[in-house]
Design a protein around this ligand. Structure first.
Ligand code: ADP
Ligand code: G6P
Length: 355
């Protein structure tokens, strides 16, 4: 019988530090899959899980083995592997991938305690997002695709200030201190995961304004690993060549400091990669169609789908720059990857029957 093979879940890993845009990315991704993901109905209101028809997003904070008090007592941060239960993470992601439901713990971000578990059914697409999706080699091997959101320190700082000062009333000093305190563990345990990612979205300060330190205008790089079975890198104009492109002019309105694209081959942690880069921001989102029409391998189902997605979510952070654009494109690439895997599985029983 083939039923378990057909039921197999496609597993996607999304790694980033907290406050680096994972939830925004998830909203773009689930929208591409045709429906917003919602918290489970009738469950724990502090659940971190999001569920849509096709996709379940689980937050890896749920695998904290030490709660807030436990971390304080032992003097370890949430970034430290010793505060996380990788055995359980592996067992449960493996079970879901094989079509078996699990009772997943819930880390309650409000109380800092571990709440009673919630039942997670195997979805078509499982996204595991958080600090460590690619840390444990056993979990990493279960991933069909992995993404690392690499936010440079300058930009991370600007975003944190925006959120923690404006919305949470923290002081500038306390934000600086909390970033500094996290840094050694971030460098030790989180950042190294990017070498394993199939796609990295790097967010840097602009190079269009000399000595910019505002962190408003961004230079964003989409680093795509070559040679993946279900993932073919996006390219600009001509595959494999090196291109610098300033699209501003008759068809694209650009105010200061303008927009600059770059595309070309590179190496990243000794892997061959293609890099697509956008520096600057769009004035008019509907004109994005002009840029979209020059990109290839973007896995759209119709002309203008990237622009349509960007317009639909123009209120999300990063919609006028490369963060929104590349998150949307990666979402389309993941849909494509999912469809390829499903098509291959549909063909597999026939192959097996021949034996
Ligand atoms: P996470 O889920 O990783 O904690 P969020 O998606 O909630 O991160 O984003 C946290 C904050 O970071 C947002 O409220 C916003 O202020 C800022 N942010 C996230 N993505 C972007 C972006 N692309 N451009 C500008 N600010 C962003
Ligand atoms: C979660 C987040 C971490 C954050 C932690 C708070 O686990 O993913 O990024 O640091 O909560 O930890 P604290 O020990 O300050 O409660």
């Amino acid at each position: 019988f083939y039923c378990s093979a057909e039921a197999k879940t496609v597993v996607i890993g999304l790694a980033a530090d907290s406050g680096c845009g994972k939830s925004t990315f998830m909203r773009r991704l689930t929208s591409v899959f045709g429906g917003a993901a919602e918290p489970p109905k009738g469950g724990n209101p502090d659940s971190n899980t999001l569920i849509s028809d096709t996709t379940t997003v689980i937050c890896l904070d749920d695998y904290h083995s030490l709660d807030r008090t436990g971390r304080k007592e032992k003097g370890v941060t949430a970034l430290d592997p010793r505060a996380n239960n990788f055995d359980l993470m592996y067992e449960q992601v493996k079970a879901l991938k094989e079509g078996v439901s699990v009772d997943k713990p819930i880390y309650n971000h409000v109380t800092g305690l571990l709440d009673p578990p919630e039942l997670i059914q195997p979805p078509k697409i499982l996204v595991i997002e958080g600090l460590h999706p690619m840390y444990d080699p056993r979990v990493r091997d279960l991933l069909d695709f992995s993404i690392y959101l690499d936010i440079s320190n300058e930009v991370k700082f600007a975003w944190k200030i925006q959120r923690d000062m404006a919305e949470r009333g923290h002081s500038l000093e306390s934000i600086k201190a909390s970033i500094e305190a996290r840094k050694p563990d971030f460098d030790g345990y989180i950042d190294p995961q990017k070498q394993h990612a199939d796609a990295v979205i790097e967010v840097l300060p602009t190079q269009l304004i000399p000595d910019d330190d505002e962190g408003k205008v961004l230079r964003v790089r989409l680093i795509m690993k070559e040679g993946s079975k279900y993932f073919t890198p996006v390219y600009l104009f001509d595959e494999g060549s090196t291109i610098s492109w300033i699209p501003c002019g008759r068809k694209l309105t650009c105010s200061f400091p303008g927009i600059k694209f770059f595309y070309g081959p590179d190496t990243y942690f000794s892997h061959e990669v293609s890099v697509l880069e956008m520096d600057g921001q769009f004035d008019r989102l509907d004109e994005l169609i002009y840029v979209e029409s020059h990109l290839s391998n973007i896995s759209t189902k119709f002309y203008g789908e990237v622009t349509q997605q960007m317009l639909k979510h123009s209120d999300f952070p990063g919609s006028n720059n490369g963060t929104g654009l590349f998150q949307t494109i990666v979402g389309l690439k993941i849909r494509d990857l999912y469809e390829q895997i499903v098509a291959e599985k549909a063909a597999a029983p026939a192959e097996a029957a021949k034996v």
